[in-house]
Design a protein around this ligand. Sequence first.
Ligand code: AKG
Ligand code: FE2
Length: 184
Amino acid sequence: MLTKTDTLLAAPLPAWLHEPVVSPRLDTLGCFAGSPHQAPNHVLINEYRPGQGIMPHEDGSAYYPLVATVSLGAPIVLDLYEKKASGDDDEKGGRKPAFRILQEPRSLLITTNELYTQYLHGIAECLTDEDLGFDGIANWEMLGDTQPYLNSSYERQTRVSLTYRDVLKVAKVGNSVKFLTTGR
Ligand SMILES: O=C(O)CCC(=O)C(=O)O
Ligand SMILES: [Fe+2]
């Protein structure tokens, strides 16, 4: 939970969010080694039913600029848009993604560096992800299984994501309880 000032009320991650993702996977990769707490201290769980998505956005400065996303359930396409976009509108006036990443179930996606700072990310509100192939999907050659996309599309099913982040500002729970109860 983050307060209005983007401060995390710290609580240990439950064991099922810690293993096997943080330990051993993220620890082995060392991707949070340079972050203030050397580990993720916050996990957001999102569920996307068919037709649901998330508007293009950036995750912002409350977090160390690295997100580790575990996808569960069904595959889904994540769209990445350049922040300073000009002339990349499609014929309907909608924005065209610079990259599309197919997130396979049980995959781990690390978003960092300029993809974190210079790009927006979003998930389209659609019932079918289309144009799934080498030309339309940036990570096509990294996929474990392309069989589900032989007709270049995939009808959405429920997908759940776990996004692991390191929130920069942390309040100790003891202090936050005091803070929450003052002024009542
Ligand atoms: O579900 C995802 O993969 C993305 C979620 C996201 O962008 C967010 O919660 O900030
Ligand atoms: Fe996000």
